[in-house]
Design a protein around this ligand. Structure first.
Ligand SMILES: Cc1ncc(COP(=O)(O)O)c(C=O)c1O
Length: 395
């Protein structure tokens, strides 16, 4: 038999955050000591699953919650998500469902909403899953550019300029990965106006909402309108330090009649994949009820963010907008030419694994890389020493 012919849809399929490991493996084989600053997984570093989550999942297993669960999720979890969202002021909640991670919920909503050839506005830079799913489903990824000069916030004129007749949805990631920016009320209200003007569904990824730094408030866009159709994504992976449990969800809010067909279509897709992991869903209600671990997590992140920004900004050829949330920085590289080759060389030569900016989408004339600042201060310091020496050699 010949090597198998694979589907065309995989041709443009990329996920830079893990794809970069191929380059890292070359460096490792060449004997480099490696420092991994590429994956946003707190539990690889000095963060650990809160005890209450371990207990609730263990209890769920002992209590025999090992059958298939209801496709949309177990009632205790759905009620806890709904109650928390109402507490955050969400208006007009129409549906809640649980996925195997927010990732699955995002894929289900995009699959239910868009035909092949229809478009979705995606923030560039932004989390690459959206571009990957769009590629797989034949959805037209329509980038809008976040404004680095304005703390990486969206620009309403730029979004309007990118809307096409086939555009169905506007994705926002708030707080954003990879820039760590947080959107204020005025910005969110503008996005709602745009969505209403152009009959777009807002998909708001808020998985880092509880990880805002410096006491900054996080506002859910769903708390600002009951007129716009909004799907909000969240989960346990980041703020609850439980990425491997694969627990996430979607909250559908807004005008009931407008949303009813989409809710129906999502539920058809949910039924076909049976259910999200059953015992893991029993972690949701206790987790949302107990956020005592968060102040320590946030204090650590603030210290590491400060170190990251001050060290990167001091390097010739690099400048860095300070992240306001999450655990990513997205510094600008003042180099000629694209960032993918330059950053691959940086990884090979220094052993510090960061991800090229184009992996998240960026303005074609710009160059960046993403740093995960979850590691401890000594590890971060060592990484920035190496990057500083690299830049001195290569500028
Ligand atoms: C913005 C964003 N959304 C979703 C996810 C994935 O979430 P989950 O682990 O719940 O699938 C990530 C993971 O890095 C992310 O950064």
């Amino acid at each position: 038999m010949k090597p198998l012919r694979v589907a065309d849809r995989t041709r443009s399929f990329k996920y830079a955050v893990r794809d970069v490991l191929a380059v890292a493996d070359e460096a490792k084989k060449a004997g480099k000591s490696m420092l991994y600053l590429n994956i946003g997984d707190p539990n690889v570093f000095d963060f650990a699953l809160p005890e209450g989550i371990i207990e609730s999942v263990t209890r769920a297993l002992r209590d025999g919650h090992t059958s298939y669960a209801p496709s949309e999720g177990v009632p205790a979890a759905l009620e806890a998500i709904r109650a928390e969202s109402e507490g955050f002021g969400f208006q007009g909640i129409r549906d809640v469902f649980v996925g195997n991670g927010a990732s699955e919920a995002i894929e289900i909503v995009l699959t239910a909403l868009c035909n092949r050839g229809e478009g979705v506005l995606l923030p560039y830079p932004g989390y690459p899953l959206y571009t990957a799913i769009a590629g797989k489903l034949g959805i037209d990824a329509q980038p809008y550019y976040l404004d680095e000069a304005n703390g990486w916030r969206p620009n309403a004129d730029d979004i309007r300029a990118h809307i096409q007749p086939n555009t169905r949805a506007l994705v926002l990631i708030n707080p954003n990965n990879p820039t760590g920016s947080v959107y204020d009320r005025a910005c969110l209200q503008e996005l709602i106006e745009i969505a209403l003007e152009h009959e777009l569904v807002i998909l708001s990824d808020e998985i880092y909402a509880k990880l805002t730094l410096d006491g900054r408030e996080h506002l859910s866009i769903a708390s600002l309108s009951d007129r716009a159709p909004i799907i909000t994504f969240n989960g346990l992976s980041k703020a609850f330090l439980a990425p491997g449990l694969r627990v996430g969800w979607a909250i559908v809010s807004g005008p009931e009649l407008v949303l009813a067909p989409l809710v129906d279509a999502c539920h058809k897709l949910l039924r076909a994949r049976l259910c999200a992991s059953h015992p893991m869903q029993y972690a949701i209600a206790p987790a949302l009820a107990d956020t005592r671990h968060l102040p320590e997590v946030i204090a650590k992140l603030e210290r590491r963010r400060d170190l990251t920004v001050s060290r990167l900004d001091a390097i010739d050829g690099i400048s860095c907008v300070a992240p306001e949330a999450a655990f990513y920085a997205f510094p600008s590289l003042h180099i000629e030419g694209p960032d993918e080759r330059f950053v691959a060389e940086m990884v090979r030569e220094t052993g510090v694994v960061v991800v090229h900016g184009s992996g998240f989408g960026e303005r074609p004339d710009s160059s960046h890389f993403r740093v995960v600042y979850l590691p401890t201060e000594p590890v971060l310091s060592e990484a920035f020493d190496r990057l500083e020496a690299f830049m001195r050699r290569h500028l």
